[in-house]
Every structure is written in C-alpha cells, then in structure tokens.
Design a protein around this ligand. Structure first.
Ligand SMILES: *[C@@H]1O[C@H](CO)[C@@H](O)[C@H](O)[C@H]1NC(C)=O
Ligand SMILES: *[C@@H]1O[C@H](CO)[C@@H](O)[C@H](O)[C@H]1NC(C)=O
Ligand SMILES: *[C@@H]1O[C@H](CO)[C@@H](O)[C@H](O)[C@H]1NC(C)=O
Ligand SMILES: *[C@@H]1O[C@H](CO)[C@@H](O)[C@H](O)[C@H]1NC(C)=O
Length: 227
C-alpha cells in the first residue's frame, strides 16, 4: 500500500507483507496483519485457524495419496442358490480304439502299429521300401471315414446310457482325439439338471470290447479315460 508520500517506500518485510495481504485473495492470510490495524488477538486467531486448516488439508491429501498407492481392492462375496446347474460335457475314450478285425494278420502291420505306441522300442524298424506298405495303402491319404472304419464301433462300445433316470436321454457324438475315436456326451447343447447323488446324472454301461483290441499285448494298458 502506498502512503501517498514522494519518498519511495522502504522494502521491509512489514511493507511487503502489508501489500501482500491487501491484494491477496488467500482467505485468512489476508487477515493476518500482526496487530498493526486490528487487535493482535485477531491475527493470533486467524493464524491458528489457518495452521489448523493447512494441517488438515495436508493430512487429507497424504492419506488419500497413500491409500491410492496401496491400490486397495474390494472383494464382494455373495451367496447364490441355483435351482439348476449346467451338466458338463463328458468325453469317454477306450484306450484301445482300433478294431482288430479291420487289420490283416501280417506282422509288418503289427510292427507299424507297435512303433506308434508308447513302446516303439519293442518293434523292429520299418522298411518303407517294402512294396507291402504301398499295396496296403499306408501311403494313401487317410480320411475321417477310414479312421471311423478301423475303430471299434461306438454303438457297441456304449451299451446303454441314461441321464437322471431317463434312458438314452443325452446325445453323444464321435470325436477324433490323440487316443483315437472317443465319444462325447452332452457336447452340443448342454443340459441342466436339478438332481445330484449317485442315482442321477449320467450313467453309462460300457463294453471295452477287449476281444477286438488290436495288439493288446503291445498297448501299455486296456481301459478307458473319462474327461
Ligand atoms: C514276420 O513273420 C514271418 C513269418 O510269417 C517271419 O518269417 C518274419 O521273421 C516275421 N518278421 C518279423 C519282423 O517279426
Ligand atoms: C527293404 O525292402 C526292400 C524291398 O523289399 C528290400 O530290397 C531291402 O533289402 C529291404 N531292406 C531291409 C533293410 O530289409
Ligand atoms: C472299411 O474297411 C473295409 C476293409 O478295409 C472296406 O472294405 C470298407 O469299404 C471300408 N468302409 C468304409 C466306409 O470306408
Ligand atoms: C470290427 O470290425 C468287424 C468287421 O468290419 C465288425 O464286424 C465288428 O463289429 C467290428 N467290431 C467293433 C467292436 O467295432
């Protein structure tokens, strides 16, 4: 503030502060005049109020920032009772899927299949120059029909099946897998069921058709795999 004298104002801290509090819009600070225009108690009151507000602001900001950088997560758990549940797809594989009757008795075929089992060391090396392999169609392109043709028929493998006590209720379809021809129940449009326990859901009566196992002695095992 200028006092209208010609003498240039002295740049003391008191003058600078007076100028500052006249022009600032900083609430509370503009009331701190150190008792020069108003009672000193007023300055003390506003200093205390200002410090309290500033401390509270700093406290809020640091709390919020530290909370933000802790990346808190919120987990909500709720309990829901389902009247019905979707039944999963079930795939059943016979471990020996090939039908012995579809192969000739020649031991060269036998050795070929022995070499592609998990025990290839038990078989003699294959002589691919032998004309036997081309006449037997080993070099022909194999189709999915050939694959089904030389596998045990699924209609004989699955003797009977029921779902929730209803016979032949679920659809099943053949699936080609690494293990050979398998069968998948409930794969297309999944059914839902409200029943549980040993009596209900999927029951399958299976015939492994062991008499038709192709080279059962060379496979690691006979049996089935369910997924
Ligand atoms: C295949 O069988 C023939 C006789 O039927 C036999 O002479 C030959 O040694 C056998 N070969 C192999 C690799 O076992
Ligand atoms: C493989 O088969 C060809 C044709 O039959 C025969 O000439 C050749 O000696 C055989 N090789 C071996 C190692 O047996
Ligand atoms: C299945 O295999 C047999 C014997 O090789 C053959 O006679 C028959 O035509 C085949 N069927 C199909 C559908 O490929
Ligand atoms: C194996 O193949 C024979 C000849 O095609 C057929 O009669 C028999 O039903 C087949 N067995 C199985 C288990 O598919």
């Amino acid at each position: 503030m200028s006092d209208n004298s010609d003498k240039p104002e002295q740049l003391t801290f008191a003058n600078i502060w007076d100028d500052y509090i006249e022009s600032t819009g900083f609430h509370a600070v503009n009331k701190i005049d150190f008792g020069r225009k108003h009672p000193l108690a007023r300055t003390v009151f506003w200093i205390v109020l200002w410090l309290a507000s500033a401390s509270y602001l700093i406290y809020i900001v640091t709390t919020e920032l530290s909370s933000y950088y802790r990346y808190p997560t919120i987990t909500t758990v709720s309990l829901k009772y389902a009247d019905k549940l979707q039944f999963p797809a079930i795939t059943v594989c016979n471990l020996a899927t090939k039908n012995r009757s579809m192969f000739g008795d020649d031991n060269r075929t036998e050795h070929y299949y022995l070499r592609i089992t998990p025990m290839p060391a038990a078989a003699t090396p294959i002589n691919w120059s032998d004309p036997f392999y081309s006449t037997e169609g080993f070099f022909n392109e194999r189709t999915i029909e050939d694959f089904y043709n030389e596998s045990k028929q699924l209609s004989q493998f699955i003797e009977f099946h029921e779902f929730d006590l209803k016979s032949n209720y679920l659809n099943y379809s053949p699936v080609a897998t690494d293990l050979g021809l398998c069968v998948r129940f409930n794969g297309d449009i999944p059914v839902t069921t409200a029943m549980y326990g040993g009596l209900y859901n999927l029951h399958v009566y299976i015939d492994l058709l062991l008499d038709n196992d192709y080279y059962p002695e060379s496979y690691v095992s006979s049996g089935l795999k369910v997924k």
